[in-house]
Design a protein around this ligand. Structure first.
Ligand SMILES: Nc1ncnc2c1ncn2[C@@H]1O[C@H](COP(=O)(O)OP(=O)(O)OP(=O)(O)O)[C@@H](O)[C@H]1O
Length: 424
């Protein structure tokens, strides 16, 4: 059996906190079994590594590992994504397609944000867990699949059950073994270790000397509450690495970037309590206006399309074909602008889909993926500005998605997709 230390090295997991060590040991122990595992913990604590460990140490390691982000898939397509569909099952289903449960037969499926699954999908999932059986959307033929499921959630599942958002029977079925990861504020001894690792990674990525913290700055770093956990710590390390000219970071510099001290943040991300939308410098206001305009334009396109659909007037469509094509493009407009379209949110700023927000199929052979070099763009593109706006809004709201989404004027689900898309 591989030692926790070796596993940490292999998966580039930093930290020595007893809670982290226990979580890794537990993952190693359950790996050879087929027991369902539920990984719990706040957003950004590092839940994604554990299913990879479990898969790679199991007898399923040569079969597929598929990570599905349940929160990022629109409700209308999730059943088809997971279980597949037959040709003609719904508008646009021109081909029959296998879902992830078929594709990963013999392997492992990681259901991230499992608490976000719609109730109808929960019923299907319960059946697979209990019998290994599932039915494609639009089919009546029962299929079988041999899958190990590891799920993760950052929501309080007991609350979700009380609110009838999550089935109790499914919860107990998923939760045969629970592995809990503590928030960063409860593993203070790891904070500086993680910061050093991220600082060194960003120094390599941006080809610059590594930033170092003074003793006082280390104390301030460790005393911070880190509501966005390791993801937020990583962002702070990146911001300081890029924005600060001095490589020695004292407490005064660091404080500007710490989430708990937002009143001391640099002026571009300073907090004003009077405004709901808080993008205070001129350039930001302009970008926010553009962001809103794109949102409105998108909504308008959707509305017009719905009206045209209602009218279903072929003559109107024929007469305006070139205009419709110009506005909506050549794609299947109905699908593209449907409530559940994957593209919907990307359309807001016409962002090239740089990184898939949809389920990420991941082969475990490359566990060092997170260190991947992301190509830096020099130009201030709208996409950069969108990322910047989102980061600032999240910073301002201590990583809380709800108020950040309200401020940005987008749904929480959209914001969630964007966080995943840009790895924020
Ligand atoms: N122990 C660790 N060592 C190094 N990097 C880590 C560690 N834990 C987390 N990270 C990094 O922090 C970021 C967030 O981790 P991850 O995506 O696994 O969080 P999560 O708990 O799944 O969050 P969410 O619930 O929002 O999906 C990732 O970039 C990950 O690589």
């Amino acid at each position: 059996m591989e030692s926790p230390q070796a596993v940490k090295q292999r998966f580039e997991i930093i930290g020595n906190d007893p809670n982290l060590n226990r979580a890794i040991e537990k993952s190693i122990r359950v790996a050879p079994t087929d027991i369902s595992v539920l990984v719990t913990g706040e957003s950004g604590v590092g839940k994604e590594s554990l299913p990879k460990i479990i898969h790679s140490l199991s007898h399923r390691k040569h079969a597929k590992y598929i990570a599905v982000n349940c929160g990022a898939i629109p409700e209308g397509t999730i059943d088809s994504e997971l279980f597949g569909h037959e040709k003609g099952a719904f508008t646009g289903a021109t081909q029959s397609r296998d879902g992830y449960f078929k594709e990963a037969d013999g392997g492992t499926i990681f259901l991230d944000e499992v608490g976000e699954l719609p109730l109808t999908t929960q019923v299907r999932l319960l059946r697979v867990l209990e019998t290994g059986e599932f039915i494609k959307v639009g089919s009546s033929k029962v299929q079988k699949s041999d899958i190990r499921i590891v799920a993760a959630t950052n929501v309080n599942m007991i609350e979700a059950i009380k609110e009838n958002k999550f089935r109790e029977d499914l919860y107990y079925r998923l939760n045969t073994v629970e592995i809990q990861l503590s928030p960063l504020r409860e593993r203070r001894s790891d904070i500086h270790l993680l910061f050093r690792k991220f600082a060194s990674d960003f120094a390599i990525k941006y080809k610059m000397p590594t930033i170092r913290l003074t003793d006082q700055a280390i104390k301030a770093l460790e005393n911070c509450s880190w509501p966005g956990n390791i993801r937020q710590l990583k962002n702070v390390a990146e911001q300081i690495s890029v924005l600060e000219t001095s490589r020695e970071v004292d407490e005064a510099i660091l404080t500007h970037y710490l989430p708990s001290n937002s009143s001391n943040l640099p002026s571009v991300i300073s907090e004003s309590k009077s405004n709901k939308s808080d993008f205070s410098n001129e350039r930001e206001i302009l970008y926010k206006v553009l962001f809103d305009m794109k949102n409105d334009l998108h909504d308008l396109k959707k509305l017009t399309l719905e009206l045209m659909e209602k009218e279903n007037d072929e003559t109107f469509k024929e007469e305006n074909r070139s205009l419709i094509r110009k506005v909506y493009g050549d794609s299947d407009t109905k699908k593209e602008f449907s409530e559940e379209s994957h593209q919907e949110q990307l359309e807001i700023l016409q962002i090239p889909e740089k990184k898939k927000t949809k389920p990420i199929e991941q082969h475990i052979e490359d566990p060092y993926d997170y260190a991947e070099d992301i190509e830096e763009e020099e130009t201030l593109s709208l996409q950069d500005k969108e990322v910047e706006l989102i980061k600032k809004s999240l910073n301002r709201h201590q990583g809380k998605r709800k108020p950040a989404a309200d401020e940005l004027g987008i749904s929480e689900r959209t914001l969630y997709r964007k966080i995943k898309q840009y790895d924020l």
